[in-house]
Every structure is written in structure tokens, then in C-alpha cells.
Design a protein around this ligand. Structure first.
Ligand SMILES: Nc1nc2c(c(=O)[nH]1)N[C@H]1C(S)=C(S)[C@@H](COP(=O)(O)O)O[C@H]1N2
Ligand SMILES: [Mo]
Length: 269
């Protein structure tokens, strides 16, 4: 572990968040994270190697280990945009046209209260700013500054049902021309993370990048930052957050757009 890790680690108290509450509701102790991944439905979605990475990160390094954070001077002069960078879906174009004034983040699924937030609502909530390195599976990295609302804030407001295990991000974009058809490539982007990552202090829904309003190329109006995993986990153009028990029924059942095309579900770095 680097000096920086050591230093940042001490700054965040290991708190008993909604995850602990959800696990004890389900009759499990906090150490029961281990048992969550031993449940048959969880095991079946994790390949053997993938499960090893997942377990090593969760239980040796700690569920709340922080990713390194950088200084202002280290911010990349240009931050590459990747995947969808200019969604052409009609609904998205309408929202972008009005500077996302009519956009709402919907929160539903296994929650106690379904919620809906405008951008102004999100900006009024507690925020976190972090300068972190983004690593894409394609082999490039960029350092950027992100400001947003911790996902834990949103989920604790919604309240998790006892069966809650994963968070699904439903996005506005498709990776081709934006027309939804039977073409398997023509599916809106989607991703999933587990509750341990959802409760991590650096897991934020970012609306600002490098001190400015998030631009379309990087996921406006709202994108996930999940600093201990690869870029493809960080859903851009988020429209809806759904809490589920299992993602077996979501498209190909592997937990994400790229996972359904062969990438690992747990993309730990
Ligand atoms: N909705 C959506 N989210 C997405 C993608 C995408 O195509 N659509 N691409 C992913 C990939 S592979 C990466 S590396 C990052 C790129 O983020 P950036 O454009 O800010 O660099 O977004 C991720 N999130
Ligand atoms: Mo990526």
C-alpha cells in the first residue's frame, strides 16, 4: 500500500452505513458480506477468477479502501471521452436541448420510497469532490476532478428493502446511432454494482468535472464514479437507478452492457 493510500485511508472513518443495516435486516452480520457472495445466485454470476479478485479486494483490502487521490496539478490537460460521447436518442436530445432542466433521476426497485431528483435537487445534497485516475480496459488512463453526490446519500434517502443486493444504472444512450431496434448492439447502456461499492465514500454520482458542469462527451447530466474499478463500470447519461436482488434477468444476465459482451463483472483495479 502506498503512502498516499495510508494517508487517505485514515481520513474516512469506517462507518456503519446502510449496507450494515441492509445486511442485518437480512439476518446477516456485517462480516456476512462473505456469505452474500457465497449465495448460489451470487456465485453463479461470478466466474472463478473474477470471484477471486472480488474476494481479495473485499476482504483483504477492505470494502472501504480508498482509491488514490491526486493534486490539482496532476489533472490531465485533456480527458479522453470513450464509448458513447454524443447520444442521439430522441429522449436524450430533448433533455439536452433544454440543458437538462426536465431531466429527473428516478430511483426505484427494492426501495422503501421511490424517489425522483432534478439536477438542482442533487446539487442541494451533500457533495464530495475527488481527483482520481480513470483507467479504461483499452489501456489508457486520465486524471480528472469529479464532484457529485455520494450514491450512499441517495440510497439512504430511498431506504433499501431487505432483499436489496445490487444497484442497476439505466442509461440514456445506445452505442450505435441511437435507434432502438432488434439489433443486439442497439441496447441502452446499463451497469450494476453491489451494495459494498454503492456504500463506498468515493462512489459518487458526478454532475461536475474539473470544476465545470459535466459535458455531454463525459456523461451529462450525471455519471457514476466508481474509483476502484475500470472505466466501463462508470455509467454515463444515467436516467434511472434500480435496486435489485439479482441481475440475472437483466439483458444477458452478466450485469452490464460490456459484461454481456465478455468483460468481467468485477473490474477491480
Ligand atoms: N452510458 C454509457 N456509459 C459508459 C460508456 C458508454 O458507452 N455509455 N462507456 C464506458 C467506458 S468503456 C468508459 S472508459 C467510460 C468513459 O468515460 P469518459 O467518456 O468520461 O472517458 O465510460 C463508461 N461508461
Ligand atoms: Mo472503457
Amino acid at each position: 500500500m502506498s503512502e498516499r493510500d495510508e494517508r487517505t485511508r485514515g481520513e474516512v472513518p469506517h462507518r456503519r452505513g446502510f449496507l450494515a443495516a441492509a445486511l442485518s435486516l437480512a439476518g446477516l452480520a456485517l462480516s456476512g458480506c462473505d456469505r452474500v457472495s457465497n449465495e448460489p445466485h451470487a456465485r453463479s454470476i461470478l466466474g472463478a477468477a473474477n470471484e477471486l479478485t472480488y474476494r481479495v479486494q473485499r476482504f483483504l483490502l477492505g470494502a472501504h479502501r480508498l482509491a488514490p487521490e491526486y493534486s490539482e496539478a496532476e489533472i490531465s490537460s485533456e480527458f479522453r471521452a470513450n464509448g458513447s460521447t454524443d447520444p442521439q436518442d430522441d429522449e436524450y436530445l430533448d433533455l439536452a436541448d433544454k440543458d437538462f432542466a426536465n431531466w429527473r433521476l428516478k430511483v426505484d426497485g427494492l426501495v422503501e420510497r421511490e424517489l425522483s431528483f432534478s439536477l438542482a435537487d442533487l446539487r442541494a445534497l451533500p457533495s464530495r469532490t475527488q481527483i482520481t485516475r480513470h483507467d479504461c480496459v483499452e489501456g489508457w488512463s486520465c486524471i480528472g476532478k469529479w464532484t457529485g453526490v455520494p450514491l450512499a446519500e441517495i440510497l439512504s434517502r430511498a431506504g433499501l428493502g431487505p432483499q436489496a443486493r445490487y444497484v442497476v444504472f439505466h442509461c440514456a444512450d445506445t452505442l450505435n446511432d441511437g435507434s432502438l431496434s432488434d439489433d443486439p448492439e442497439s441496447i441502452r447502456y446499463y451497469e450494476t454494482i453491489d451494495l459494498a461499492d454503492a456504500d463506498h465514500p468515493q462512489t459518487i454520482l458526478a454532475y461536475d468535472m474539473n470544476g465545470k458542469k459535466l459535458d455531454i462527451a463525459h456523461g451529462a447530466p450525471l455519471r457514476l464514479r466508481l474509483e476502484r474499478q475500470l472505466g466501463y463500470k462508470m455509467a454515463k447519461y444515467i436516467m434511472r437507478i434500480e435496486v435489485v436482488r439479482s441481475f440475472a434477468g437483466l439483458h444477458g444476465g452478466k450485469g452490464g452492457y460490456w459484461e454481456d459482451r465478455g468483460y468481467e463483472w468485477y473490474a477491480g483495479i
